[in-house]
Design a protein. Structure first.
Length: 328
């Protein structure tokens, strides 16, 4: 039995570039009317002929570059948007985590929003009461549950949204990269809960730029490229194909020159002129999947003889988390 079926789904948005973008532009247009050509009406197709099925009790991952149509597809599945053409069939109760604060009223407290969200899912007050303590505890918001959510930080909103979604017994959980906002400990906690939800027979549809997560968690995966399906099937094969294309695009954009002088330090008696990343076969590449072998080739220029030089490489996550620093 399928939990979600999409058949030939396309979505078109109408763009009006001549429309005033601010009150000031509108006012100037009214005060200084000018004869012009009719307003332009541009079409943008976010999705084109997308078809797939998600069997009940499975986990389905969606990958692709920003702007490829991933979020639009999730909003159609969650019944927030209607497709321009095609059909979508969803069987079961859906809890969707699509953006910060979605489904919450900013003037209501955390507790009141829990009841609001539960009522949207079709739950009665008695059933929500049974889960209330677990929701507040999981979200770590006991001291703030009676505070209006407009005063919540982005991390607090993520914690509350996820806790409500997974504890109020949905059949289908949809998440769109919102967990990237939370701290690392809470992200691990959420992933454990998603694993638990999936093992219990729930259906999960997720968008993630973490390709290793898609490989580990998902039964099947979909790669969207400019609104069209580029690959569909085994998550390892799909993410590998996506990485291969990203690698090709990276080589077209840059040839990995050395860092500018203003980003270096030291005496400059030895200068690194170029750094290459190589895959297991010795071919230059820019992207790796977890577990792939790789090597680093450093090109340098020595302005004097250096006895027993030592080369080191620092690996960081983002700008602040140091992972390791091997050297020769």
């Amino acid at each position: 039995m399928n939990a979600v079926v999409c058949e030939g789904v396309s979505k078109r948005f109408i763009l009006r570039p001549d429309r005033p973008r601010s009150f000031q532009e509108l006012l100037i247009g009214l005060l200084r009317p000018r004869r012009s050509a009719p307003a332009r009406r541009l079409e943008f197709w976010a999705l084109r002929d997308v078809s797939f099925a998600v069997p009940a009790g499975t986990t389905f991952g969606i990958v692709g570059e920003n702007g490829s149509g991933k979020s639009t597809l999730l909003r159609i599945i969650a019944r927030i948007l209607k497709p321009t053409s095609g059909n979508v069939r969803v069987k079961g109760r859906v809890a969707a985590l699509l953006e910060l604060g979605a489904g919450f009223h900013p003037e209501l407290t955390g507790r009141e929003n829990i009841y609001l969200y539960g009522s949207i899912l079709g739950l009665g007050r008695r059933e929500i009461n049974r889960h209330l303590e677990s929701i507040v505890g999981f979200a770590q918001l006991a001291d703030f549950v009676d505070t209006p959510v407009k005063h919540y930080s982005s991390g607090m909103l993520v914690r509350l949204g996820f806790a409500v979604a997974v504890h109020l017994s949905p059949d289908i959980l949809i998440t769109d990269e919102v967990l990237a906002v939370g701290d690392e400990a809470f992200q691990r906690k959420c992933l454990e809960k998603i694993y638990e939800f999936a093992r219990a027979g729930g259906t999960v549809i997720l968008v993630s730029h973490d390709l290793n997560l898609v490989r580990q968690l998902c039964d099947r995966a979909l790669w969207l490229d400019r609104g069209r399906i580029r690959a569909l099937g085994d998550p390892v094969a799909v993410t590998r194909a996506y990485l291969d294309l990203a690698n090709e695009k990276a080589f077209l954009r840059a040839d990995s020159p050395g860092a500018g002088r203003n980003r270096r330090w030291g005496s400059f008696e030895v200068e690194v002129t170029r750094v290459e990343l190589l895959d297991g076969a010795g071919n230059p590449t820019w992207f790796f999947a977890t577990g792939d072998p790789f090597a680093i080739r450093i090109h340098y220029r020595a302005h004097r003889r250096i006895e027993r030089p030592v080369f080191g490489v620092g690996l960081h996550q983002g700008e602040s988390v140091h992972i390791t620093g091997p050297n020769t």
